[in-house]
Design a protein around this ligand. Structure first.
Ligand SMILES: [Cu+2]
Length: 310
């Protein structure tokens, strides 16, 4: 009998007063030991005693990326380390990541990210303490797994305008010309198939993230739009700030039919930021999921069931 269930995991963290902590954490036991598929994934920072999500006045999750180890990354030969010099072989793929916007993985019905009992996992994360006292909390993640062998497997696609870097940031000058600064990156599709889901991660000052298909009149696959809190939202009233506060959410793409792409085709990510003021250390990242399969032509019609979710 095929069954689906959700498993929860915790990793205790301690961050010094006003400290920033980054770490690569190996997860020998803190991922599902299942031969099957992951269909949903979320992460939060919670109180160690009662499990409630922590307000940003205590700890801010700048980012967290989960990695399946021992798999050649489909976009990067090497990763450039935090020192901007050292090259490490890219034997890892990124099936899921999130930041302040708490991006979630939600695959449409019928799809799953394949995992096995023997997979090796790690997470790369950065937390910041916004108070003058040492803080203790849990990184808490929930993973929905399904062992239904009939699910269609998806491949993670990591669109990042500074891809293959441990610290994939860039800066927007703020000259005002043009009013919106664009950074572009293209990812070559490793297989033909259909993009069935995509999320987004940006920092303060972002306009949006656009995925498009240059080979087909550069038609838009999806625009991931930030939602900002009100000026009195805690996101915008905490110190210290490592970079401008990010959005409280980003819109996601889901389509059961999926957006058709062909093997070898380049798919473009355009990261768009306000350029009327400087914005330092920004990011433009779209984690997406491709379900391999035949497509009838390079520019097959777009799906009719695409949804914008938050
Ligand atoms: Cu970021």
């Amino acid at each position: 009998m095929a069954a689906t269930h959700t498993e929860s995991f915790n990793y205790p963290v301690s961050v010094d007063p006003y400290g920033v902590k980054q770490e690569i954490t190996f997860l020998p036991t803190q991922m599902p030991k299942v031969d099957g598929f992951i269909t949903g994934w979320s992460v939060n920072i919670v109180d160690a005693t009662d499990g409630t999500p922590l307000p940003i006045q205590r700890l801010m999750l700048h980012h967290i990326v989960f990695q399946k180890l021992g798999v050649q990354n489909n976009a990067c030969k090497n990763f450039t380390s935090f020192d901007s010099k050292t090259l490490l072989p890219a034997f890892a793929e990124n099936p899921y990541g999130a930041g302040e916007e708490r991006n979630v993985m939600v695959l449409p019905p019928g799809y799953g990210y394949p995992i096995s009992k023997n997979d090796n996992w790690s997470m790369v994360w950065m937390l910041m303490n916004h108070r003058a006292v040492t803080d203790n909390a849990l990184i808490h993640w929930e993973v929905t797994v399904d062992d239904n062998a009939l699910l269609k497997p998806v491949i993670p696609l990591w669109f990042d305008v500074r891809n293959c870097n441990a610290d994939p940031v860039y800066s927007v000058g703020g000259s005002g010309k043009p009013k919106v600064a664009e950074e572009k990156a293209e990812l070559t599709m490793p297989e033909s198939g259909r993009i069935v889901a995509a999320g987004g991660h940006v920092h303060g000052g972002a306009a949006d993230l656009v995925l498009s298909q240059p080979a087909c009149n550069n038609r838009t696959i999806h625009t991931s739009k930030p939602a900002w809190g009100m000026p009195d939202h805690p996101f915008y009233n905490v110190r210290p700030i490592l970079h401008e506060p990010g959005p409280v959410s980003m819109s996601r793409y889901t389509s059961e039919q999926g957006f058709p792409v062909q093997k070898g085709q380049k798919i473009r990510l355009t990261s768009r930021y306000d350029n009327t003021r400087p914005h330092t250390r920004v990011m433009g990242i779209v984690p997406a999921y491709l379900a391999p399969g035949e497509v009838s032509s390079p520019c097959e019609p777009a799906p009719t069931d695409a949804q914008d979710a938050r």
